[in-house]
Ligand binder design. Structure first.
Ligand code: ZN
Length: 247
């Protein structure tokens, strides 16, 4: 099976389509796993929701799915994020909101646990440090975990003999990670629609189940097209600018 792992699409349909085209260039995709934050910031939230549903994506909720429907308040969002969230809420109909509200926060797919943030705090906590990774790993019952939320592609490895330590590496375009036969791993495929590691290209991972490997790729997409739609929608300037900078 070839599974496309996507996260933090953030209403950026142009980036999502580019990633799917890239994933399909090597053969058909059997499944899509989405780690949340499909909406928020970007100009095409409803279109991104429709695309994932059409593909029957396995999908966990992020903080932006929760905020977009009003299930979570925006009081802890920065002003730009809060403004974009209110705009997003106006773009979604009742049926789309109900579909987002029905998304689980944690899912298990075979040997993988899927969660947007961490298992300690599924939609809010950022897994970016060894300390947070250890807290997450202590709760992860499967050998492998997939997270999103930080918008930075990364892998965490914990050897079975290690109790109070783990290794954490950032990943770049073209790197492949072989799933460990022993120990635990957590992987983050980065962000499709709003990368934050100074590489503006859309980020995703392709999981080849036979090879037991995840291949991390960055894909060029039409950033200007997304920015133009954001300008037309009157979305905050910084959210438009950051897409060119990848931060
Ligand atoms: Zn996000």
């Amino acid at each position: 099976m070839r599974i496309a792992v996507v996260s933090d699409i953030h209403g950026n349909l142009s980036a999502l389509e580019a990633v799917l085209r890239d994933a399909e260039s090597g053969g058909p995709i059997d499944a899509v796993w989405c780690l949340g934050d499909t909406v928020g910031y970007g100009p095409q939230p409803a279109e991104c929701i429709a695309r994932l549903r059409e593909m029957g994506a396995v999908w966990v909720a992020g903080n932006h799915e929760r905020a977009a429907t009003g299930a979570m308040s925006t009081e802890y969002f920065n002003p730009d994020a809060a403004q974009a969230t209110l705009w997003t809420r106006q773009q979604l109909n009742e049926e789309e909101c109900a579909a987002l509200d029905a998304l689980p926060e944690v899912m298990t797919e075979g040997e993988f646990t899927l969660v947007h943030g961490t298992l300690r705090d599924p939609v809010w906590e950022y897994l970016y440090s060894e300390e947070v990774a250890l807290a997450h790993l202590a709760l992860q019952e499967t050998p492998f975990g997939l997270v999103g939320h930080t918008h930075v592609p990364m892998v965490v490895y914990q050897h079975p003999d290690w109790t109070q330590e783990c290794d954490l590496y950032q990943l770049r375009h073209g790197e492949a990670v072989r799933l460990a036969e022993r120990g635990k791993m957590v992987l983050n495929a980065g962000s499709v629609g709003q990368p934050r590691d100074h590489d503006p290209r859309a980020s995703y991972a392709l999981y080849d189940t036979e090879a037991g490997e995840l291949f991390f790729a960055r894909v060029e997409y039409d950033v200007n097209a997304t920015q133009k739609l954001m300008k037309e929608a009157g979305l905050p300037r910084w959210l438009i600018e950051r897409l060119s900078q990848g931060r």
